[in-house]
Design a protein around this ligand. Sequence first.
Ligand SMILES: [Zn+2]
Length: 225
Amino acid sequence: MSEGTTISASWRDKLKGAGARILTGIFGKSAPEPETAEPKWKQLEIVKWPAPILKQEAKPVTTFGDQNMELIQRMVETMKRTGACGLAAPQVGVGRRLILCASGKGGAVPMANPVIIAKFDSDPLGDGKKPVLEEGCMSFPGHKVRIKRYHAICVQFNDPFTGELLGLESSGAPARTIQHEIDHLDGITILDHALPNQRKRIDKDMRAKLERQEEKKARRARVAG
Ligand SMILES: [Zn+2]
């Protein structure tokens, strides 16, 4: 038995113990695609640092069903238009534990209350090093931070439409995205992963951008008034 199989067997037992149905991959479950080429759902505005919601812990999703459809579809549309590979609800101003991870076909996997139940430092067939890569974030446009993430994870979550408990195993880029988005649900951003000097620089730049934006708004309001 290979190392990979051993790892999978143990997390599968854990998920089954919790009563979860296991998906075979990140592409197993997607939000329904809009039927027409014409975008049916309006894009959402991305909340930027230093908005307080980005520092807050999000609340669990407790209602499942079609009432989550509009938010999820609008989040999918926002991801598509911005080319992002993931999005967390607090980034669109909703303090709920809901994330999306791109599924590669223009769709996305929506996950409510995602919890990482197992994590693996490295690819069992790789060199054993926890990968460090540069990561950007739509809430910090123009900035990138080198972040060490687990190579592979097992995540348990609820289907936002049915509430069904699901589980999946992910590695590489989607695993990195899921870790990044779950961070957002805990009020953790790329800033928390940056070195002190870089952290200060990014924070200062984002606050200056916000100030310039507010000055612009105030000027427009004066002209309108
Ligand atoms: Zn982000």
